[in-house]
Design a protein around this ligand. Structure first.
Ligand SMILES: NC(=O)c1ccc[n+]([C@@H]2O[C@H](COP(=O)([O-])OP(=O)(O)OC[C@H]3O[C@@H](n4cnc5c(N)ncnc54)[C@H](O)[C@@H]3O)[C@@H](O)[C@H]2O)c1
Ligand SMILES: [Zn+2]
Length: 368
């Protein structure tokens, strides 16, 4: 993969994604949308699926204009924002509107938005007319480095997130990092939770992440995070093994998210705490030393993200964690780092941990 020096003009980078039988291109940069015209060829019409806040941003308007240049846009479907757009009722509404607009099984769905839009529009594409092609145009940092990649699409049930979904990889992922200019700062930081996760999985990225300070990542760093996810997904397209690595920080993180009633912490903030927790648990188990913990926590706090939560919330998160769907008959399995050589570490999955070590790590990440 090409990397650019800081002074070079922003370039558009291309990655090849491979997932089982599927191949698709991932573009990152100011020219990312250029292939839309070629992608639209052979489709009778396009449906752009987005949400209101995104449709009002320059990035949303650029994507719609690119779609209109690429082909006949028969419908622009605006979903309710965020999780409210990821419901079966909204899926029914969207599919009905697409039918009314004359879209067929030869049409192309173009999803323009954050992970909520790409998840919902991807699932719409997976099910409309038994499946149509779709292209993801992610507009949040989280959707660029995570949600739009890997082909997982879903809507929520009132009782559980992402409970109804399908594997339906897009034809292409077209990410223009200029979209991040209009993204609220807290959403940028939330995406940074996943960026830091990639740096902890692939310490070669650490220096680049540390150099960011408060700024949003550029195309090169976004592409490196994407390459890391694509590499893992390619190894394990159906999530039997290596893909669990991407859950680093997520076991405790999901507990924190739930303990905060999905309001107090964004996904990325909760993952950040979960990452600190994973390193502290690994240290409790003698897998890494205090230097690795310090290095991980410096990366997390450097990105403006938390490594501690209030004691009561940490306890609640730990209790909720045992409901995590990744719990197996033999107890919770962890994704944890292990020391390799002098200063580095690698990450392993399916690691068991004694209850005492977990409790000690919970105490360590508990603030006042
Ligand atoms: N499929 C997967 O593999 C996968 C992986 C991770 C997360 N997800 C899903 O992704 C969703 C979270 O995604 P998210 O963090 O992108 O949240 P989101 O899609 O809800 O977007 C966050 C907010 O930012 C706004 N927004 C989006 N782009 C903008 C822009 N360029 N400028 C200004 N505002 C903008 C949105 O309207 C929304 O209000 C969750 O539903 C989660 O389940 C899926
Ligand atoms: Zn995540």
């Amino acid at each position: 993969m090409a990397t650019k020096t800081r002074t070079a003009a922003p370039a558009t980078l291309t990655l090849q994604a491979r997932q089982g039988q599927h191949r698709y291109e991932v573009r990152v940069g100011p020219e990312a949308l250029a292939p839309l015209a070629a992608l639209a060829k052979g489709h009778d019409a396009l449906a752009v699926v987005t949400c209101l806040p995104v449709s009002r941003t320059p990035a949303g308007r650029r994507a719609l204009a690119a779609a209109r240049q690429a082909g006949r846009v028969a419908r622009v479907h605006v979903l309710p924002d965020g999780e409210a757009g990821k419901t079966l009722a909204e899926l029914e509404k969207a599919a009905s509107r697409l039918l009314e607009a004359g879209l067929t099984r030869r049409s192309l769905v173009v999803a323009v938005g954050g992970g909520a839009v790409t998840d919902a529009a991807g699932f719409l594409a997976a099910t409309f007319m038994r499946g149509v092609a779709w292209v993801a145009v992610p507009t949040t940092l989280l959707s660029m480095v995570d949600a739009a990649l890997g082909g997982k699409t879903a809507v929520n049930l009132p009782v559980a997130k992402n409970a109804v979904g399908a594997f339906h990889p897009p034809r292409a992922v077209l990410a223009d990092p200029r979209a991040l200019r209009s993204l609220p700062e807290r959403e940028v930081r939330s995406g940074m939770g996943e960026v830091v996760k990639y740096a902890l999985l692939e310490p070669g990225l650490m220096a680049r992440v540390a150099a960011l300070r408060d700024g949003a990542p550029d195309a090169a760093l976004i592409a490196q995070c994407m390459a890391e996810k694509l590499r893992v997904v390619e190894q394990d397209p159906s999530e039997q093994g290596a893909r669990k690595l991407l859950n680093l920080g997520h076991t405790f993180g999901h507990g924190v998210e739930a303990a905060g009633k999905f309001e107090r912490y964004t996904h990325g903030e909760a993952v950040a705490v979960g990452l600190a927790f994973a390193f502290r648990l690994a240290a409790q188990l003698g897998r890494v030393g205090p230097l690795a913990v310090a290095e991980a926590e410096a990366a997390i706090t450097g990105a403006g993200l938390p490594v501690r939560v209030p004691r009561a919330l940490a306890r609640r998160a730990a209790a909720l964690m045992v409901h995590d769907k990744k719990r197996t008959a033999s107890g919770l399995r962890w994704v944890l780092p292990v020391q390799r050589g002098g200063s580095g570490w690698t990450v392993e999955w399916d690691v068991a941990a004694a209850d005492g070590a977990v409790a000690a790590a919970v105490a360590e990440i508990s603030g006042r």
